[in-house]
Design a binder for this molecule. Structure first.
Ligand SMILES: [Zn+2]
Length: 228
């Protein structure tokens, strides 16, 4: 991957946060503490004495150009950020010197509980008064669509997260359906199947391996673009 330095007006990006009682924490460097209400300033978290972001280091406030791969982890809060100052541009995303949280979407786990929804909305309004809070990621993305970064000379890497997710869902569904089907099979068919148990074990292992591979691929799309 090639990274180029760029000083943006404001560059839109997508990423996730962990929501705690004290605010929105980065998913990767969670111990760094919650982002500030206004502009969050990047600092080198591996203790190097340089301004973040720095080429050859992983520091800087990261985000993806497209929302697909930035909305993968379950339980995390999907967010839109606006970056300013010096940015290192990668193929999928960037690392910035400063950024603010433009918008966040409530996760389904919060949305389905009215008490939790009210509590989280209060917390976000209190901690991040300038951040727009959406009831769903879909609505947030409709009002905060991706910027066209072609003008910055970025050839976007294809976003395969949707395909990976679709295959993972299909694999999961096929496993569940097979499981239920087994319960309704006639006894003689079951006996024949049991005689071929090594084949069944092999199929199960292949299914597991495929799911793990998909999970690893999806998680690789998350997080900061790797340093050059
Ligand atoms: Zn650094």
């Amino acid at each position: 991957m090639t990274e180029r330095a760029f000083v943006a007006g404001e560059l839109r990006g997508y990423r996730q946060f962990h929501l705690d009682g004290d605010g929105l924490h980065p998913v990767v460097h969670r111990a760094a503490g919650p982002w500030h209400a206004g502009l969050e300033q990047a600092r080198c978290l591996v203790g190097e004495d340089h301004d973040a972001p720095a080429a050859g280091c992983g520091c800087g406030l990261y985000a993806c150009y497209l929302p697909g791969s930035a909305t993968v982890a379950l339980g995390a809060v999907n967010a839109v950020v606006a970056a300013r100052g010096r940015c290192l541009l990668g193929d999928r995303g960037f690392r910035a010197a400063r950024a603010r949280i433009e918008a966040v979407a409530l996760s389904p786990a919060i949305r389905c509980r009215p008490m939790a929804t009210a509590r989280v909305r209060r917390l976000l309004a209190d901690r991040y008064p300038a951040t727009q809070v959406y009831a769903s990621t879909r609505r947030m993305l409709k009002e905060h669509p991706p910027q066209d970064v072609a003008g910055l000379g970025i050839a976007l890497a294809p976003d395969r997260s949707r395909q990976y997710r679709a295959v993972a869902a299909a694999l999961w569904l096929s496993f569940v359906v097979t499981g239920y089907a087994l319960a309704f099979l006639p006894a003689d068919v079951m006996a024949a199947a049991q005689a071929r148990w090594p084949l069944l074990v092999l199929a199960f292992l292949a299914w597991q391996a495929a799911l793990i591979w998909l999970f690893v691929r999806l998680m690789a799309l998350q997080g900061p673009p790797p340093p050059r």
